[in-house]
Design a protein around this ligand. Sequence first.
Ligand code: FE
Length: 287
Amino acid sequence: MNATATTTSRRVARVFRGQPTSDGAGVKLTRLIGQRDLDMLDPFLLLDEFRSNSASDYIGGFPSHPHRGFETVTYMLAGRMRHADNQGNSGLLTPGSVQWMTAGRGIVHSEMPEQEDGLMWGFQLWVNLPAGDKMNAPRYQDIAPERIPTVEAADGVRVRVLAGRFGDTVGPVSGIAVEPLYLDIELAAAAHCAVKIPAGHNAFAYVYADTAELGPADAAKRIERGELAVLERDGEKLLITAGTETTRLIVVAGKPLNEPVARYGPFVMNTPEQIVETIRDYQAGKF
Ligand code: FE
């Protein structure tokens, strides 16, 4: 290590707990971004965790609904979800898979559980599109679990690279405007690792099993399961140390767009006028 190099870890700026809510046809979930305390983290508009063993919490699914102006990213940890849209696209999301859907100018789709019992667990992230891309044609990247590289970064450290780069490994999701990093990291008890985070990107870590210490050794912060840590902008990496059991977390970063956001349910544009136009287009069947 070069002692003069400024390879400092980002610090934890703020910590948030999700809010329990429901969406779709009564799917119970925890909203981490896009809630009262954390409206957005540019370019991220929403992060939900859905996790339940009880079919009544998820069986209603997300029947037919529209999107325009952003991207939805579904990452499944457990369970199966069937996706279908009004343009004839369809796919099955299985455990360990990711779907990066660029809604662009508009799609109408459904996301329905393909199981009647058992655990359903995963995340949905909403990523904003820059003004110039909001009316692009819709695009899907359905990535099967085996296409997501897993890096054994060190003893007891496994990193799945969904998007962006970890060391020399590049994730399969490509061509996304905000140049996202999306890692799913598992650390054995007390293991540690460093994750490089692109300069200037906004970044967060969400701990979904056990606890993790995040940040530089002299200012690490302990993050509990169910807590989302928003990182400071300074620093080019994040130091992570596992708790006393197997620790699991996602680390996500993206280039902020710094554009005005006009948001109405499943539509995310730049101005209120564009939202009115979007509703008109949707009602006229133009999606
Ligand atoms: Fe949707």
